[in-house]
Design a protein around this ligand. Structure first.
Ligand SMILES: Cc1cc2nc3c(=O)[nH]c(=O)nc-3n(C[C@H](O)[C@H](O)[C@H](O)COP(=O)(O)OP(=O)(O)OC[C@H]3O[C@@H](n4cnc5c(N)ncnc54)[C@H](O)[C@@H]3O)c2cc1C
Ligand code: FES
Ligand code: FES
Length: 479
């Protein structure tokens, strides 16, 4: 595929399974949101619209994608019709229409009085239906994590959590969408004057990029999706990356782990937890499960936000990016990728193909901290990430990076210099923290004042020291 419609033959339809029935859509706009489609075209109004920006979970549906067996909750407000091609999805209507019996989660919500006005309830049911079929060991922590992306203003969460416990305690029946295999996804779809390109390999992706240099790359859509749901944009061409095989790979050797740019947070979580537990705690706080089930590392780097959570961590971990373009691949350190506010080193014909994160040496430690007003579902004011090499009690090397402190995620060279060669002690940590103001001149905004940012970033050095000394439990600490 070279990305031009002339070379792809005739435009195909979007094929997917909805509540167990095959659907073929040949004329719907590829950037229409799935939520609008469900409510307006299918009149499946059990799926609600609350915020239309991924925050409330009222629009949650469950999805199985591209040959995967994983049943996942996703926000239909940020999902486009093009992304449905080749998937199986179920809405709340698909759960109850099974011989007239309520599905286990629905029955538990009724039994535990988990609903009042009911507006939020379908979203909770779908989030818990996905949990029930996730194959996870369900603990209290897992229940809270599964519900963190769903808001309820009436019932209070106790009765919903009680319902979650009851519904996930027994064996799960077949999920609402398991029956038929999903149809194959097409590489091109065209309707309403809009082209949706969904290449299956890297060469096709670059071909599409060269043919349509102004078209946005769409991965999970948890960032770009706002253009469709809120701004009502209808791009003439959209290039979808999730079906590109090379971008979905996770490779690992003794020295590093390499994540394809379209790997989602949920797909990578098990390996991140094993290799970089502190980073995993932070990744667990990116949006909600619904967001992490589709949001990707490539999208977090690609949007070049100064407050993206993973770039400071990945910079401190010395991550290399592989960019792929019409002249092949080039590898660059992630820290050189961000040039200025929302400006990057990505050429017009290139895509982010993958990111390689070196594993920690025996004498290395890594910690990352996200500072936000709320623990769950909040954008950071500051992220601090620290990789220290400590030999015989002396800091032999330090890679320290912050987000939220400058126009781009950035290293802190003065802080690093203040630590290297020093004994690893609270005094050294405080001295290094004092150097934060030499490295950064942050701005005031609605998330935090410049003074707060400087002070909290500086204090993170003390937290780091206490954490490494075992005085601070990273699992339960929320700043
Ligand atoms: C409710 C909500 C909560 C959120 N919470 C957080 C949070 O806590 N922390 C955080 O950091 N972010 C958060 N986000 C932002 C977003 O979820 C992340 O940035 C996510 O990683 C984006 O990934 P995506 O695959 O959805 O990207 P998309 O929306 O698909 O794309 C984002 C950008 O990256 C570009 N891009 C995608 N893939 C590539 C590629 N291969 N090469 C080059 N460019 C590419 C796209 O063109 C686009 O400009 C949140 C978003 C929402 C809606
Ligand atoms: S409508 Fe609120 S998350 Fe989709
Ligand atoms: S029951 Fe009313 S918002 Fe949840």
């Amino acid at each position: 595929m070279d990305g031009t419609s002339a070379n792809l033959g005739s435009a195909l339809a979007i094929n997917f399974i909805l509540n167990g029935e095959a659907r073929t859509e040949a004329s719907v706009s590829p950037t229409r949101t799935v939520l609008e489609y469900l409510r307006e075209d299918e009149v499946l109004t059990g799926t609600k619209e609350g915020c239309a920006e991924g925050d409330c979970g009222a629009c949650s549906i469950v999805m199985v994608r591209n040959g995967s067996d994983q049943v996942e909750a996703v926000n239909s407000c940020l999902l486009t019709m093009g992304q449905l091609d080749g998937t199986r999805v179920a809405t709340v209507e698909g759960l109850s229409d099974r011989g007239g019996e309520l599905e286990a989660v629905q029955a538990a919500i009724v039994a535990e009085d988990g609903t009042q006005c009911g507006f939020c309830t379908p979203g909770f049911v779908m989030a818990l239906h996905a949990l029930r079929h996730s194959g996870e060991t369900v603990t209290e922590e897992v229940i809270h994590d599964a519900l963190a992306g769903n808001l309820c203003r009436c019932t209070g969460y106790r009765s919903i959590v009680d319902a979650a416990r009851a519904a996930t305690s027994g064996p799960a029946e077949a999920p609402a969408l398991s029956a038929s295999p999903e149809p194959a996804a097409a590489e091109l779809y065209e309707a309403q004057g809009q082209l949706f390109l969904a290449p299956k390999n890297l060469a096709g992706l670059v071909g599409a990029r060269v043919a349509h240099p102004d078209a946005p790359l769409l991965s999970g859509g948890t960032d770009l999706g706002l253009s469709f749901s809120k701004n009502r944009e209808a791009f003439p061409v959209t290039i979808f990356t999730q079906n590109v095989a090379e971008l979905k790979r996770i490779d690992e050797d003794d020295a590093k782990i390499t994540l394809g740019a379209a790997v989602t947070y949920s797909e990578a979580m098990a390996r991140i937890e094993e290799l970089f537990p502190s980073f995993a705690v932070l990744v667990h706080r990116i949006g909600s499960r619904q967001i992490r089930n589709v949001g990707t590392f490539g999208g977090n780097i690609g949007n070049a936000s100064p407050i993206g959570d993973t770039p400071p961590c990945l910079i401190a971990l010395d991550t290399m990016l592989t960019l792929h373009g019409s002249n092949g691949s080039r590898d660059i350190p992630l820290e050189t990728y961000f040039l200025d506010y929302r400006k990057t080193d990505l050429a017009a014909d290139e895509v982010i193909a993958s990111l390689s994160i070196p594993k920690l040496g025996a004498d290395q430690v890594f910690r990352s901290y996200k500072v936000s007003k709320r623990y769950d579902q909040d954008i950071s004011a500051v992220v601090g990430a620290f990789r220290l090499t400590i030999a015989d009690g002396i800091v032999a090397d330090a890679r320290i990076a912050f987000g939220g402190m400058a126009a781009t995620p950035k290293r802190a060279p003065q802080c690093e210099a203040a630590l290297i060669g020093q004994p690893w002690s609270e005094e050294s940590a405080i001295r290094a923290g004092a150097a934060v103001s030499e490295d950064f001149q942050p701005i005031d905004d609605h998330r935090a004042s410049a003074d707060y940012r400087l002070r909290v970033a500086s204090n993170l050095f003390v937290r780091l020291h206490r954490d490494l000394e075992g005085a601070d439990d990273i699992e339960v600490t929320s700043l």
